[in-house]
Write a protein that binds this ligand. Structure first.
Ligand SMILES: [Zn+2]
Length: 411
Protein backbone atom coordinates (compact mmCIF):
# COMPACT_ATOMS: atom_id res chain seq x y z
CA UNK A 1 0.00 0.00 0.00
CA UNK A 2 2.05 2.92 -1.17
CA UNK A 3 1.97 5.89 -3.46
CA UNK A 4 4.61 4.21 -5.66
CA UNK A 5 2.11 1.56 -6.64
CA UNK A 6 0.23 2.65 -9.78
CA UNK A 7 -2.77 0.48 -8.82
CA UNK A 8 -3.00 2.23 -5.48
CA UNK A 9 -3.16 5.62 -7.19
CA UNK A 10 -5.58 4.41 -9.86
CA UNK A 11 -7.97 2.90 -7.31
CA UNK A 12 -7.78 5.96 -5.05
CA UNK A 13 -8.37 8.42 -7.89
CA UNK A 14 -11.19 6.22 -9.23
CA UNK A 15 -12.98 6.01 -5.89
CA UNK A 16 -12.57 9.62 -4.76
CA UNK A 17 -12.93 11.01 -8.30
CA UNK A 18 -16.21 9.25 -8.99
CA UNK A 19 -17.60 10.41 -5.66
CA UNK A 20 -16.88 14.02 -6.62
CA UNK A 21 -18.19 13.58 -10.15
CA UNK A 22 -21.48 12.36 -8.69
CA UNK A 23 -21.55 15.22 -6.20
CA UNK A 24 -20.99 17.84 -8.94
CA UNK A 25 -23.69 16.26 -11.13
CA UNK A 26 -26.15 16.31 -8.21
CA UNK A 27 -25.42 19.96 -7.38
CA UNK A 28 -25.80 20.98 -11.04
CA UNK A 29 -29.06 19.07 -11.14
CA UNK A 30 -30.41 20.89 -8.09
CA UNK A 31 -29.35 24.26 -9.53
CA UNK A 32 -31.31 23.50 -12.72
CA UNK A 33 -34.67 23.10 -10.89
CA UNK A 34 -37.26 25.64 -12.05
CA UNK A 35 -39.88 27.10 -9.67
CA UNK A 36 -42.70 26.90 -12.26
CA UNK A 37 -43.87 23.87 -14.25
CA UNK A 38 -42.65 24.02 -17.89
CA UNK A 39 -45.24 24.98 -20.55
CA UNK A 40 -45.43 21.48 -22.02
CA UNK A 41 -46.46 20.13 -18.59
CA UNK A 42 -49.06 22.76 -17.68
CA UNK A 43 -51.97 20.77 -19.11
CA UNK A 44 -51.31 17.90 -16.69
CA UNK A 45 -49.32 19.42 -13.82
CA UNK A 46 -50.47 22.13 -11.39
CA UNK A 47 -48.18 24.31 -9.27
CA UNK A 48 -48.71 22.14 -6.17
CA UNK A 49 -47.68 18.93 -7.93
CA UNK A 50 -44.69 20.70 -9.44
CA UNK A 51 -43.55 21.89 -6.02
CA UNK A 52 -43.84 18.34 -4.70
CA UNK A 53 -41.64 17.20 -7.61
CA UNK A 54 -39.02 19.84 -6.67
CA UNK A 55 -39.13 18.72 -3.06
CA UNK A 56 -38.81 15.07 -4.12
CA UNK A 57 -35.75 15.94 -6.24
CA UNK A 58 -34.13 17.76 -3.30
CA UNK A 59 -34.86 15.05 -0.74
CA UNK A 60 -33.61 12.19 -2.95
CA UNK A 61 -30.48 14.21 -3.85
CA UNK A 62 -29.69 14.77 -0.18
CA UNK A 63 -30.21 11.09 0.58
CA UNK A 64 -27.91 10.10 -2.31
CA UNK A 65 -25.12 12.44 -1.21
CA UNK A 66 -25.37 11.19 2.36
CA UNK A 67 -25.26 7.52 1.36
CA UNK A 68 -22.32 8.07 -1.02
CA UNK A 69 -20.39 10.03 1.62
CA UNK A 70 -20.84 7.35 4.26
CA UNK A 71 -20.00 4.55 1.79
CA UNK A 72 -16.84 6.40 0.69
CA UNK A 73 -15.71 7.06 4.27
CA UNK A 74 -16.26 3.42 5.27
CA UNK A 75 -14.50 2.12 2.18
CA UNK A 76 -11.43 4.37 2.59
CA UNK A 77 -11.34 3.72 6.34
CA UNK A 78 -11.48 -0.04 5.84
CA UNK A 79 -8.81 0.10 3.15
CA UNK A 80 -6.35 2.40 4.94
CA UNK A 81 -6.75 0.73 8.31
CA UNK A 82 -5.74 -2.62 6.81
CA UNK A 83 -9.26 -4.08 6.66
CA UNK A 84 -8.55 -6.16 3.56
CA UNK A 85 -5.40 -7.65 5.14
CA UNK A 86 -7.35 -8.49 8.30
CA UNK A 87 -10.19 -10.10 6.34
CA UNK A 88 -7.75 -12.12 4.24
CA UNK A 89 -6.07 -13.50 7.39
CA UNK A 90 -9.42 -14.24 8.99
CA UNK A 91 -10.72 -16.22 6.00
CA UNK A 92 -7.42 -18.06 5.53
CA UNK A 93 -7.87 -19.27 9.11
CA UNK A 94 -11.01 -21.15 8.03
CA UNK A 95 -8.85 -23.62 5.99
CA UNK A 96 -11.09 -23.74 2.94
CA UNK A 97 -10.30 -24.88 -0.59
CA UNK A 98 -9.19 -22.03 -2.89
CA UNK A 99 -12.60 -21.81 -4.61
CA UNK A 100 -14.53 -21.91 -1.32
CA UNK A 101 -12.19 -19.29 0.13
CA UNK A 102 -12.88 -17.10 -2.90
CA UNK A 103 -16.62 -17.50 -2.41
CA UNK A 104 -16.23 -16.62 1.28
CA UNK A 105 -14.34 -13.43 0.43
CA UNK A 106 -16.90 -12.35 -2.15
CA UNK A 107 -19.76 -13.32 0.18
CA UNK A 108 -18.37 -11.28 3.09
CA UNK A 109 -17.66 -8.24 0.89
CA UNK A 110 -21.14 -8.46 -0.61
CA UNK A 111 -22.89 -8.79 2.75
CA UNK A 112 -20.87 -5.86 4.13
CA UNK A 113 -22.14 -3.70 1.25
CA UNK A 114 -25.69 -4.89 1.99
CA UNK A 115 -25.38 -3.99 5.67
CA UNK A 116 -24.21 -0.48 4.76
CA UNK A 117 -26.99 0.14 2.23
CA UNK A 118 -29.83 -1.54 4.17
CA UNK A 119 -30.64 1.38 6.54
CA UNK A 120 -30.62 3.74 3.53
CA UNK A 121 -32.99 1.47 1.62
CA UNK A 122 -35.33 1.30 4.61
CA UNK A 123 -35.27 5.10 4.98
CA UNK A 124 -35.74 5.53 1.24
CA UNK A 125 -38.74 3.17 1.07
CA UNK A 126 -40.50 3.93 4.35
CA UNK A 127 -39.71 7.61 4.84
CA UNK A 128 -39.06 9.22 1.44
CA UNK A 129 -41.18 7.07 -0.89
CA UNK A 130 -43.95 6.76 1.68
CA UNK A 131 -43.81 10.48 2.48
CA UNK A 132 -44.42 11.27 -1.20
CA UNK A 133 -47.19 8.69 -1.42
CA UNK A 134 -45.37 6.20 -3.66
CA UNK A 135 -44.63 3.40 -1.28
CA UNK A 136 -47.34 0.83 -0.58
CA UNK A 137 -44.99 -1.89 0.65
CA UNK A 138 -45.44 -3.24 4.13
CA UNK A 139 -42.37 -4.00 6.20
CA UNK A 140 -43.19 -7.71 5.83
CA UNK A 141 -43.22 -7.54 2.01
CA UNK A 142 -40.04 -5.46 2.06
CA UNK A 143 -38.16 -7.92 4.26
CA UNK A 144 -39.56 -10.92 2.37
CA UNK A 145 -38.46 -9.36 -0.97
CA UNK A 146 -34.99 -8.90 0.48
CA UNK A 147 -34.75 -12.48 1.71
CA UNK A 148 -36.09 -13.86 -1.58
CA UNK A 149 -33.63 -11.67 -3.49
CA UNK A 150 -30.65 -12.80 -1.42
CA UNK A 151 -31.64 -16.48 -1.63
CA UNK A 152 -32.07 -16.20 -5.36
CA UNK A 153 -28.73 -14.48 -5.71
CA UNK A 154 -27.06 -17.18 -3.61
CA UNK A 155 -28.74 -19.98 -5.58
CA UNK A 156 -27.78 -18.53 -8.97
CA UNK A 157 -24.72 -16.44 -8.16
CA UNK A 158 -22.68 -18.75 -5.92
CA UNK A 159 -22.47 -21.71 -8.35
CA UNK A 160 -21.70 -19.26 -11.13
CA UNK A 161 -18.95 -17.52 -9.13
CA UNK A 162 -17.55 -20.94 -8.19
CA UNK A 163 -17.38 -21.85 -11.88
CA UNK A 164 -15.66 -18.55 -12.69
CA UNK A 165 -13.08 -18.91 -9.89
CA UNK A 166 -12.45 -22.53 -10.85
CA UNK A 167 -11.83 -21.51 -14.49
CA UNK A 168 -9.21 -19.03 -13.29
CA UNK A 169 -7.41 -21.71 -11.28
CA UNK A 170 -7.14 -24.15 -14.19
CA UNK A 171 -6.48 -22.05 -17.28
CA UNK A 172 -4.39 -19.19 -18.58
CA UNK A 173 -7.21 -18.29 -20.92
CA UNK A 174 -9.66 -17.98 -18.06
CA UNK A 175 -10.54 -14.39 -19.01
CA UNK A 176 -11.82 -15.65 -22.36
CA UNK A 177 -13.77 -18.54 -20.80
CA UNK A 178 -14.95 -16.19 -18.08
CA UNK A 179 -16.31 -13.80 -20.68
CA UNK A 180 -18.08 -16.67 -22.47
CA UNK A 181 -19.55 -17.88 -19.19
CA UNK A 182 -20.75 -14.39 -18.19
CA UNK A 183 -22.27 -13.89 -21.65
CA UNK A 184 -24.08 -17.22 -21.52
CA UNK A 185 -25.27 -16.51 -17.97
CA UNK A 186 -26.66 -13.07 -18.81
CA UNK A 187 -28.41 -14.37 -21.94
CA UNK A 188 -29.94 -17.16 -19.88
CA UNK A 189 -31.01 -14.69 -17.17
CA UNK A 190 -32.68 -12.33 -19.65
CA UNK A 191 -34.64 -15.35 -20.87
CA UNK A 192 -35.70 -16.80 -17.51
CA UNK A 193 -36.08 -13.59 -15.47
CA UNK A 194 -39.55 -12.63 -16.74
CA UNK A 195 -40.79 -16.25 -16.72
CA UNK A 196 -39.44 -17.56 -13.45
CA UNK A 197 -38.14 -14.71 -11.35
CA UNK A 198 -40.76 -11.96 -11.83
CA UNK A 199 -43.58 -14.33 -10.73
CA UNK A 200 -41.69 -14.93 -7.46
CA UNK A 201 -42.18 -11.27 -6.60
CA UNK A 202 -45.38 -10.29 -8.41
CA UNK A 203 -48.76 -11.83 -9.08
CA UNK A 204 -49.88 -12.06 -12.71
CA UNK A 205 -53.59 -12.20 -13.54
CA UNK A 206 -55.29 -12.12 -16.98
CA UNK A 207 -56.51 -8.69 -18.10
CA UNK A 208 -60.25 -8.53 -17.44
CA UNK A 209 -61.21 -5.36 -19.32
CA UNK A 210 -62.65 -6.96 -22.50
CA UNK A 211 -62.79 -3.69 -24.43
CA UNK A 212 -59.10 -3.00 -23.75
CA UNK A 213 -58.24 -6.60 -24.65
CA UNK A 214 -59.96 -6.16 -28.01
CA UNK A 215 -58.15 -2.89 -28.65
CA UNK A 216 -54.78 -4.43 -27.76
CA UNK A 217 -55.54 -7.35 -30.07
CA UNK A 218 -56.46 -4.94 -32.89
CA UNK A 219 -53.25 -2.92 -32.34
CA UNK A 220 -51.04 -6.02 -32.30
CA UNK A 221 -52.65 -7.34 -35.52
CA UNK A 222 -52.23 -3.97 -37.23
CA UNK A 223 -48.55 -3.86 -36.24
CA UNK A 224 -48.10 -7.57 -37.14
CA UNK A 225 -46.92 -8.26 -33.64
CA UNK A 226 -48.58 -11.44 -32.35
CA UNK A 227 -49.36 -11.35 -28.65
CA UNK A 228 -49.91 -14.62 -26.79
CA UNK A 229 -51.50 -13.15 -23.69
CA UNK A 230 -52.01 -9.95 -21.76
CA UNK A 231 -51.72 -9.99 -18.01
CA UNK A 232 -51.91 -7.52 -15.16
CA UNK A 233 -49.17 -7.28 -12.53
CA UNK A 234 -49.98 -6.23 -8.98
CA UNK A 235 -47.35 -3.48 -8.90
CA UNK A 236 -49.60 -1.35 -6.67
CA UNK A 237 -48.91 -3.68 -3.75
CA UNK A 238 -45.42 -2.14 -3.59
CA UNK A 239 -45.45 1.23 -5.30
CA UNK A 240 -47.79 3.59 -7.10
CA UNK A 241 -45.25 4.00 -9.90
CA UNK A 242 -46.53 2.61 -13.21
CA UNK A 243 -44.86 0.38 -15.77
CA UNK A 244 -45.43 -1.96 -18.69
CA UNK A 245 -43.21 -4.67 -19.99
CA UNK A 246 -42.90 -7.54 -22.41
CA UNK A 247 -41.71 -11.03 -21.91
CA UNK A 248 -40.96 -13.76 -24.34
CA UNK A 249 -38.71 -14.44 -27.25
CA UNK A 250 -39.57 -15.62 -30.73
CA UNK A 251 -43.12 -15.59 -32.02
CA UNK A 252 -45.43 -15.35 -29.03
CA UNK A 253 -44.99 -12.33 -26.79
CA UNK A 254 -46.53 -11.91 -23.39
CA UNK A 255 -47.51 -8.42 -22.32
CA UNK A 256 -47.63 -7.47 -18.67
CA UNK A 257 -49.28 -4.22 -17.64
CA UNK A 258 -48.87 -2.83 -14.16
CA UNK A 259 -52.24 -2.28 -12.48
CA UNK A 260 -51.05 1.25 -11.67
CA UNK A 261 -50.76 2.01 -15.40
CA UNK A 262 -54.28 0.70 -16.02
CA UNK A 263 -55.73 2.76 -13.21
CA UNK A 264 -54.40 6.19 -14.17
CA UNK A 265 -54.44 6.15 -17.97
CA UNK A 266 -56.99 6.18 -20.79
CA UNK A 267 -57.16 3.29 -23.25
CA UNK A 268 -55.44 5.41 -25.90
CA UNK A 269 -52.58 6.25 -23.58
CA UNK A 270 -52.14 2.59 -22.60
CA UNK A 271 -52.16 1.61 -26.28
CA UNK A 272 -49.54 4.30 -27.00
CA UNK A 273 -47.32 2.91 -24.21
CA UNK A 274 -47.76 -0.59 -25.67
CA UNK A 275 -47.01 0.66 -29.19
CA UNK A 276 -43.84 2.22 -27.75
CA UNK A 277 -42.83 -1.17 -26.30
CA UNK A 278 -43.68 -2.89 -29.59
CA UNK A 279 -41.47 -0.26 -31.26
CA UNK A 280 -38.53 -1.42 -29.14
CA UNK A 281 -39.09 -4.99 -30.35
CA UNK A 282 -39.63 -4.04 -33.99
CA UNK A 283 -36.49 -1.94 -34.09
CA UNK A 284 -34.54 -4.78 -32.42
CA UNK A 285 -33.36 -2.57 -29.57
CA UNK A 286 -32.91 -5.38 -27.06
CA UNK A 287 -30.59 -7.55 -29.21
CA UNK A 288 -28.57 -4.40 -30.02
CA UNK A 289 -28.21 -3.63 -26.33
CA UNK A 290 -27.22 -7.22 -25.60
CA UNK A 291 -24.48 -7.03 -28.26
CA UNK A 292 -23.22 -3.78 -26.73
CA UNK A 293 -23.09 -5.30 -23.25
CA UNK A 294 -21.21 -8.34 -24.59
CA UNK A 295 -18.66 -5.99 -26.17
CA UNK A 296 -18.33 -4.00 -22.93
CA UNK A 297 -17.75 -7.12 -20.87
CA UNK A 298 -15.21 -8.35 -23.46
CA UNK A 299 -13.25 -5.11 -22.92
CA UNK A 300 -13.39 -5.56 -19.14
CA UNK A 301 -12.29 -9.22 -19.29
CA UNK A 302 -9.41 -8.37 -21.65
CA UNK A 303 -8.15 -5.76 -19.16
CA UNK A 304 -8.73 -8.18 -16.30
CA UNK A 305 -6.47 -10.68 -18.08
CA UNK A 306 -3.58 -8.21 -17.88
CA UNK A 307 -4.40 -6.93 -14.40
CA UNK A 308 -4.28 -10.48 -13.02
CA UNK A 309 -0.63 -10.86 -14.05
CA UNK A 310 0.41 -8.00 -11.78
CA UNK A 311 0.87 -8.78 -8.05
CA UNK A 312 0.97 -5.02 -7.32
CA UNK A 313 -2.82 -4.93 -7.75
CA UNK A 314 -3.34 -6.97 -4.57
CA UNK A 315 -0.42 -5.24 -2.83
CA UNK A 316 -2.15 -1.88 -3.36
CA UNK A 317 -4.87 -3.08 -0.96
CA UNK A 318 -2.52 -4.68 1.55
CA UNK A 319 -2.88 -8.29 0.35
CA UNK A 320 0.52 -10.01 0.43
CA UNK A 321 -0.50 -13.33 -1.16
CA UNK A 322 -2.31 -12.42 -4.39
CA UNK A 323 -5.39 -14.48 -5.24
CA UNK A 324 -7.79 -14.48 -8.15
CA UNK A 325 -10.66 -13.45 -5.93
CA UNK A 326 -8.95 -10.45 -4.41
CA UNK A 327 -7.72 -9.43 -7.86
CA UNK A 328 -11.30 -9.53 -9.12
CA UNK A 329 -12.53 -7.43 -6.19
CA UNK A 330 -9.77 -4.81 -6.56
CA UNK A 331 -10.03 -4.77 -10.32
CA UNK A 332 -13.69 -3.85 -9.99
CA UNK A 333 -12.69 -0.94 -7.70
CA UNK A 334 -9.79 0.36 -9.82
CA UNK A 335 -11.69 0.11 -13.11
CA UNK A 336 -14.88 1.87 -12.01
CA UNK A 337 -14.18 4.85 -14.32
CA UNK A 338 -13.86 2.61 -17.37
CA UNK A 339 -17.02 0.81 -16.37
CA UNK A 340 -18.74 4.19 -16.11
CA UNK A 341 -17.44 5.24 -19.55
CA UNK A 342 -18.87 2.05 -21.08
CA UNK A 343 -22.20 2.61 -19.33
CA UNK A 344 -22.33 6.22 -20.59
CA UNK A 345 -22.21 4.88 -24.11
CA UNK A 346 -24.99 2.42 -23.24
CA UNK A 347 -27.06 5.25 -21.73
CA UNK A 348 -26.66 7.39 -24.84
CA UNK A 349 -27.80 4.49 -27.03
CA UNK A 350 -30.73 3.74 -24.74
CA UNK A 351 -31.96 7.37 -24.86
CA UNK A 352 -31.71 7.29 -28.65
CA UNK A 353 -33.79 4.09 -28.71
CA UNK A 354 -36.48 5.69 -26.53
CA UNK A 355 -36.90 8.51 -29.07
CA UNK A 356 -37.16 5.91 -31.86
CA UNK A 357 -39.78 3.92 -29.93
CA UNK A 358 -41.76 7.12 -29.25
CA UNK A 359 -41.72 7.90 -32.99
CA UNK A 360 -42.93 4.35 -33.67
CA UNK A 361 -45.80 4.85 -31.20
CA UNK A 362 -46.74 8.16 -32.86
CA UNK A 363 -46.98 6.45 -36.27
CA UNK A 364 -48.85 3.46 -34.84
CA UNK A 365 -51.42 5.67 -33.09
CA UNK A 366 -51.71 8.06 -36.05
CA UNK A 367 -51.08 10.98 -33.71
CA UNK A 368 -48.51 12.16 -31.18
CA UNK A 369 -51.16 13.14 -28.64
CA UNK A 370 -51.77 9.82 -26.77
CA UNK A 371 -48.03 9.26 -26.26
CA UNK A 372 -47.48 12.86 -25.12
CA UNK A 373 -50.37 12.56 -22.65
CA UNK A 374 -49.06 9.24 -21.36
CA UNK A 375 -45.54 10.65 -20.90
CA UNK A 376 -46.56 13.87 -19.18
CA UNK A 377 -48.96 12.00 -16.88
CA UNK A 378 -46.32 9.41 -15.99
CA UNK A 379 -43.83 12.21 -15.34
CA UNK A 380 -46.37 13.99 -13.14
CA UNK A 381 -47.36 10.84 -11.22
CA UNK A 382 -43.73 9.83 -10.63
CA UNK A 383 -42.84 13.39 -9.56
CA UNK A 384 -40.06 13.27 -12.16
CA UNK A 385 -37.79 16.27 -12.36
CA UNK A 386 -38.95 17.96 -15.62
CA UNK A 387 -35.72 19.95 -16.05
CA UNK A 388 -32.76 17.75 -15.05
CA UNK A 389 -29.30 19.16 -15.79
CA UNK A 390 -27.85 17.80 -19.09
CA UNK A 391 -24.75 16.54 -17.26
CA UNK A 392 -26.89 14.57 -14.82
CA UNK A 393 -28.88 13.15 -17.74
CA UNK A 394 -25.62 12.22 -19.48
CA UNK A 395 -24.45 10.33 -16.36
CA UNK A 396 -27.62 8.64 -15.21
CA UNK A 397 -30.64 8.72 -17.51
CA UNK A 398 -31.63 5.68 -19.52
CA UNK A 399 -34.63 7.63 -20.87
CA UNK A 400 -34.49 11.22 -22.17
CA UNK A 401 -36.16 13.81 -19.92
CA UNK A 402 -39.89 14.16 -20.60
CA UNK A 403 -39.66 17.61 -22.27
CA UNK A 404 -37.12 16.31 -24.77
CA UNK A 405 -39.39 13.36 -25.60
CA UNK A 406 -42.42 15.62 -26.00
CA UNK A 407 -40.41 17.99 -28.25
CA UNK A 408 -39.25 15.05 -30.39
CA UNK A 409 -42.83 13.76 -30.66
CA UNK A 410 -44.08 17.20 -31.72
CA UNK A 411 -41.34 17.73 -34.30
ZN1 LIG B 1 -38.95 2.61 -23.93
Amino acid sequence: MSANNPWFLLALVATVGLYHLELIATLLNLSALKPEPPDAMRATTDQDTHERALEYARVTAKQGVMENSIALTLMLGFWFMGGFTWLDHLIHGWHLSPVARGLAIIGVMFMARQVVSFPFDVYDTFVIERGFGFNKTTLATFVLDRIKGLMLLAALGLPFMALLLWLFTISNFAALYGWLAVSAFSLLMSFIAPRLIMPMFYKFTPLEDAELRAKIHELSMRLTFPVADVSVVDGSRRSTKANAFFAGFGKAKRIALFDTLLKNHTHDEILAVLAHEIGHCKRRHVPKQIVLSLISSAVMFALLHFALQDPRLCAAFGIGRPSITWSLVFFSIAFQPLNLALSLFGGHLSRKFEIEADAFARTAMGSATPMIHALTKLSRDHLSNPTPHPFYVFLHYSHPPVLQRVAALES
